[in-house]
Design a protein around this ligand. Sequence first.
Ligand code: ZN
Ligand code: ZN
Length: 289
Amino acid sequence: MISVTRTTEAPAVDIAQLIPGLAAYASNTVRLHPRPGSPGPRDSHIGGPLMWPASEPWPHCEAPDCDQYPGEDPGSPMVALAQLTAADFPEIAFPEGTDLLQILWCVGYHCCSKHAPCRVVWRRASEVTEILDEPPAPDLEGELPGFYETYIPRPCVLHPERLIEYPWIWELPDDLRDRVQAWDQDKDLYEELSTAPGFKIGGTVIHGSAPSGLTCVACGAPATLLLQLDNGEGDGRWCPIEDRHLLCLHGTPEYEHAFTPTGMMIDVGPGGLFACSADPEHPVHFHIQ
Ligand SMILES: [Zn+2]
Ligand SMILES: [Zn+2]
């Protein structure tokens, strides 16, 4: 069981009460608050060891435009992005019979893919008897130092925090957006009170970092945010109360671990994995701005 040790400041005002019609757009989200640590292969984590069966081949990137091992078989080994268990995150829609979600992606550069290559695996944890000890890793020797590494998250333990949020302003219907803008003349307060930055499960993706109205490629049902990825924890109200004393330590490891915990620098800000709202077994897609 993971305890809550990071807290978002309570909103200064209740926007759902002040802006008629907004309450219907409230959604539940779980801020993950990853922090560098040593998660085990059975834990929920970002960037830690996966509970991967020793008998099963490790996923490799099959994208034809991958700049790592282009055209080779197998391609570049994928790296672990996240592992989430049903016990820690009951709000995830696990396909029947599964209780472990594993997400991997390729750190290579892909010039032409519409979706960043990722692999999403749902399993039943009790079926993994022997765990793979040393998964293959991409060979980054000779590459620009630090470039691809920013796509490999540091192993982080999670400090989940559940809260209510509201969509990015441009995701709202026109008449509701007009009311929000009339209420929030400088447009900063709504942003601070609505959509959580950082790694999170559920809710809505921030700042239009994915196209609006995404649908499932298999059945056309609306796609919902499964996991948001972000470079940092966010500032202002979103900076966890417990970490604010570290704000004056800019440039130190303590600061970095609190505010850019995974060490990732995703190109242009956040991105997200989207799942089918009708059938969790339909393909999950990764979108980045
Ligand atoms: Zn690739
Ligand atoms: Zn679907």
